[in-house]
Design a protein around this ligand. Structure first.
Ligand code: GLN
Length: 193
């Protein structure tokens, strides 16, 4: 909840949980203490502006980002979804701890806002085509050996996975298909049980 496209994720999560018939509690994380109180089964890092998220999340008032990265690294099978700016943070945490999703990412790599676009992508993770909404999106320059491709747009990889952490360069919460949110919830149940 530091900044960016948060509320659409809340809606997508609620509709996914409804369709799966699973009770869901959503915690809004702004500060390190929110994280300790929540002890979440899964985490979403939304899109927005990664530079702003770093400033707020590393600031003395929040300290959410360092604690979040610590928790994710500690719980190696925790389901995590980073979309757009969130994918940038996971691939390039800019701390001492190393990559959380093993990929090299380039910010704003398609150009400025006027280069934002929608296109069908092949979402092998959820076994179907998906409407990819790319908003000043980053691009993966390469995936590391701990990553697999989970979504592609033609020849290009637009989704990467390391353990149960997925990084998507587009905005799944803005599409009508809540498949990625269902995947996250289902994974959380699997890991918890
Ligand atoms: N351009 C943004 C960044 O660099 C990402 C855009 C988005 O999240 N829609 O953080």
């Amino acid at each position: 909840m530091l900044q960016g496209a948060r509320h659409a994720h809340v809606q997508a999560l609620n509709s996914a949980a409804n369709e799966l018939n699973i009770p869901l509690q959503i915690f809004e994380l702004r500060k390190d203490n929110d994280l300790f109180e929540a002890n979440p089964d899964a985490i979403i890092l939304p899109g927005g502006e990664s530079s702003t998220m770093r400033l707020i999340g590393n600031g003395t008032n929040s300290q959410l980002l360092p604690k979040l990265f610590e928790l994710i690294r500690e719980k190696t099978d925790l389901p995590v979804m980073g979309t757009c700016a969130g994918a940038i943070l996971l691939s390039d945490p800019q701390d001492e701890g190393g990559k959380i999703v093993d990929a090299i990412v380039d910010r704003n790599a398609y150009g400025s806002q006027s280069e934002s676009f929608q296109s069908t992508v092949d979402a092998s993770l959820i076994s179907r085509d998906f409407l990819g909404i790319f908003i000043r999106a980053p691009r993966f320059l390469s995936l590391g050996e701990n990553s697999t491709a989970i979504v592609s747009h033609g020849e290009e990889i637009v989704g990467a996975r390391t353990n149960n952490r997925i990084a998507l360069t587009f905005h799944p919460e803005l599409s009508n298909d809540n498949g990625f949110h269902k995947w996250l919830i289902s994974k959380a149940l699997e890991v918890r049980s």
